[in-house]
Design a protein around this ligand. Structure first.
Ligand code: NAP
Length: 320
């Protein structure tokens, strides 16, 4: 099979398309023929060597969608050969023609959801769901600021929060991105590069503050976030690319909570619950992954540059 391989950590050029042996399932494993693989920022951090160093060589990627090619002995999940599925995690890497998965990593993909959309589910939707409900314990009727709503996690959060009855304020850095955030259900959409947008958030909440903030760039925003929260408000740090200075008094005065989160910390039970909710949302069409660009698998280097550029509006996927 063809797969993107990384033999040393470094710039995107370390990723090369190669021929490797086909993967085969052991007990409780499933092999999926990949029709689309999702590109996440974390894939670039791992490739560069700055995060979660893994044994070399390896194939990047954790998210994909495709068709079940083969099943090992003892698979108990109700997933058959030929089924359409999305995967959230793989033992062999998603940037490839075939992906080897534990059965717990394979989930049904409804007929009306495209493979590109299925490849956009794993990390973004699981992260958004866990941040909203497992960490912030968001409730219907509360207000959530999705600070960075135009990307994979942000758009997932907008759809999940709207579907759960929250009032959604989403921010984006470009007009195209903001239009998508609006289309996906945010009641209020603001430009996180505009000088007055923090003031606008205070006006929208009539000075009460927002109950929950999902923060995609904490190194830029955490200090301001603490001033935007309501009493007992919660900010979930999802993304951060550097250090930040805060005034702890902004949290003290509000009994506010700063909650870190990493999807990698979710245990099997939490992941199972998350994916039951996601599959239901895909089925009833409250969750509709938004695709920005489809690129050939051979363009993985280009995709890794593009996913870190400003001006997100949805997901980048690779097509083997
Ligand atoms: P993405 O698709 O590249 O989106 C990045 C988002 O950040 C865009 O919405 C972008 O908006 C926004 N952004 C840029 N400048 C901003 C600013 N000044 N204030 C607020 N937002 C700003 O990435 P993603 O997949 O959604 O992931 C978002 C972040 O979360 C990444 O840093 C990623 O590594 C991290 N993440 C963490 C976890 C975890 O488990 N903790 C899981 C998944 C992702 P514009 O482009 O419109 O400006």
């Amino acid at each position: 099979m063809k797969a993107i391989r990384v033999h040393q950590f470094g710039e995107p050029e370390v990723m090369q398309l190669e021929d490797v042996a086909d993967v085969r399932p052991s007990a409780h494993q499933i092999v999926v023929r990949v029709h689309a693989a999702g590109v996440n920022p974390v894939d670039t951090y791992i490739r560069s060597g700055m995060y979660g160093q893994r044994p070399l060589p390896y194939t990047p990627g954790s998210d994909a969608a495709g068709i079940v090619e083969s099943r090992g002995e003892g698979v108990t999940k109700n997933i058959k050969m030929g089924d359409r599925v999305y995967i959230s995690g793989t033992a062999s890497g998603a940037y490839a023609e075939l992906a080897l998965c534990e059965e717990s990593q394979v989930h049904p993909l409804p007929e009306h959801v495209s493979f590109a959309q299925g490849a956009s589910v794993g990390v973004p939707y699981a992260t958004a769901y866990r941040a909203l409900f497992h960490r912030a314990q968001a409730q219907a009727g509360e207000t959530v600021l999705v600070h960075g709503a135009t990307g994979g996690v942000g758009l997932a959060a907008v759809q999940i929060a709207r579907g759960a009855g929250l009032i959604v304020i989403g921010t984006g850095g470009t007009e195209a991105g903001r239009n998508t955030v609006k289309e996906q259900g945010a009641q209020h959409v603001l430009d996180h590069r505009a000088p007055d947008y923090l003031q606008r958030i205070a006006e929208i909440t009539k000075g009460e503050g927002v109950n929950v903030i999902l923060e995609m760039l904490a190194n830029m925003n955490l200090g301001n976030d603490l001033t935007l929260l309501s009493r007992k408000g919660r900010v979930v740090v999802i993304g951060s690319r550097g250090r930040v200075e805060i005034d702890p008094r902004d949290a003290m005065g509000r009994d506010a909570n700063v909650l870190g989160m990493s999807l990698f910390n979710a245990d099997e039970d939490e992941l199972s619950s998350i994916h039951h909710a996601i599959v239901a949302g895909l089925e009833n069409e409250t969750l509709r992954p938004v695709i920005n660009r489809e690129m050939p698998l051979a363009d993985a280097q280009h995709a890794h540059r593009a996913v870190l550029e400003a001006g997100a509006h949805g997901k980048i996927v690779l097509i083997p």
